[in-house]
Design a binder for this molecule. Structure first.
Ligand code: 13P
Ligand code: SF4
Length: 313
C-alpha cells in the first residue's frame, strides 16, 4: 500500500527537498509537461537521457519519460532505484513489438544484424545486436558491413528514412508511433501556404510524405538546436509539442508553430508521456514507487547492445 499523506501546496519546493533527502536526480524528456521539465535536473533526447543515466551518481533516478526510457536507465544502473511517475507511460512502438513475435521474425534471417530502436522493451533489447536512437541510427547502421543483412525494428518510418539516407535496403518491422503518424499532410501544406517563410522541422518517426516537406529532420535535441541556431524566425515543428517549451525558452523572439494532427483532437500529444504529472513526480520521489524492476539475467542481456550503442555514439 502506498502512503497517502496530503499533497503539499508547493510541489516544486517539496520536490526540491525530496531530491536532496533522497540524493535523487530527475531526468526528463522534452515531451513532458512544462512544469515537469522545469523541475528536472537534466532534459534531453533518448540518447542523452541514456548517457545521463549511465553517468549519474545519484541513489535514485526519477525518470520523467516513458517506460522503455526508465527501463534503459535501470539496465545501466541495476544497483540504483529507478522510479517512473506513472508505470502506464508506455509507447506504441514498444507495445507493437512483442518479444515472442520479434524472436520469430529474427529467426527467419540467420546471420543478419539485429538493430533495434531504443523505443522497445528490455526483452526485445536482449534479442538485439545494436540499440540505436534517432540521433545515432545513421552512424551505427553505417558501421555494419555492406554485405550483411540488417533487420530494423520497430519503427518503419525511421527505418525508411534510414534506407534513403544510407542508400541501403533494410528489413523493416512494420511498427509506428501513434503520435507521429497523426500529422496531417493536408493541414501542413495549408500551414506552409499561410506561413511561406516558415521552415518545417520534423522528427524521423513521421511518415515519408511529411518528411518530404521538411527542411530539417532530426531527433528532439537536434530539432531544438536547429530551431535555436537557424536564422529563420518562424518554424513549423512536426513532433510532439512538448518540445516547444524549450524552444520558446531558448529562442523567445521566434515563433514556433506546432504541426496539427489530422483530426480535431489533441492527438499530436503523446498520451503516454502525458500520463506523468508534477504531482506523480512528487509522489514517486516521496514513496520511491513505482519502481522499475527486472531480473539480473534480463538486465545483463539487454545491457550489451545498449553499451555497444553508447560506445559508438
Ligand atoms: P528522441 O530520441 O528524438 O528524443 O525521440 C524519442 C521519442 O520517443 C520520439 O517519439
Ligand atoms: Fe512512443 Fe510516439 Fe510517445 Fe515517442 S511520441 S514515446 S514514439 S508513442
Amino acid at each position: 500500500m502506498v502512503a497517502t499523506a496530503a499533497i503539499p501546496v508547493n510541489l516544486e519546493d517539496e520536490i526540491d527537498r525530496l531530491k536532496k533527502d533522497r540524493n535523487a536526480v530527475i531526468l526528463a524528456h522534452y515531451y513532458q509537461e512544462s512544469d515537469i521539465q522545469d523541475v528536472a535536473d537534466f532534459i534531453g533526447d533518448s540518447l542523452q537521457l541514456a548517457q545521463a543515466a549511465a553517468k549519474t551518481t545519484a541513489d535514485v533516478i526519477c525518470f520523467a519519460g516513458v517506460h522503455f526510457m526508465a527501463e534503459t536507465a535501470k539496465i545501466l544502473n541495476p544497483g540504483r532505484t529507478v522510479v517512473l511517475p506513472d508505470l502506464e507511460a508506455g509507447c506504441s512502438l514498444a507495445s507493437g513489438c512483442p518479444a515472442d513475435r520479434f524472436a520469430a521474425w529474427i529467426a527467419k534471417y540467420p546471420g543478419a544484424a539485429v538493430v533495434s530502436y531504443i523505443n522497445c522493451t528490455a526483452e526485445v533489447k536482449a534479442l538485439s545486436d545494436y540499440i540505436v536512437t534517432s540521433s545515432n541510427a545513421e552512424k551505427i547502421v553505417r558501421s555494419i558491413p555492406e554485405g550483411q543483412t540488417v533487420l530494423f525494428a520497430p519503427d518503419k518510418n525511421l527505418g525508411r528514412y534510414l534506407e534513403k539516407k544510407l542508400g541501403r535496403k533494410l528489413v523493416l518491422w512494420q511498427g509506428s508511433c501513434v503520435v507521429h503518424e497523426t500529422f496531417s499532410l493536408r493541414k501542413l501544406v495549408g500551414l506552409k501556404e499561410r506561413h511561406p517563410k516558415a521552415l518545417v522541422i520534423a522528427h524521423p518517426e513521421c511518415e515519408e510524405a511529411v518528411l518530404a516537406m521538411a527542411d530539417y529532420i532530426g531527433s528532439t535535441t537536434a530539432l531544438l538546436e536547429y530551431a535555436v541556431a537557424s536564422p529563420a524566425t518562424e518554424l513549423i515543428v512536426v513532433t510532439e509539442p512538448g518540445i516547444l517549451h524549450q524552444m520558446e525558452k531558448q529562442a523567445p523572439q521566434k515563433t514556433f508553430i506546432p504541426a496539427p494532427p489530422d483530426a480535431n483532437c489533441a492527438c499530436n500529444e503523446c498520451p503516454f508521456m502525458k500520463k506523468n504529472t508534477l504531482e506523480k513526480v512528487y509522489l514517486a520521489l516521496r514513496d520511491l514507487q513505482p519502481r522499475i524492476e527486472m531480473t539480473p539475467e534480463l538486465i545483463a542481456r539487454a545491457r550489451k547492445p545498449i553499451e555497444r550503442m553508447l560506445a559508438l555514439s
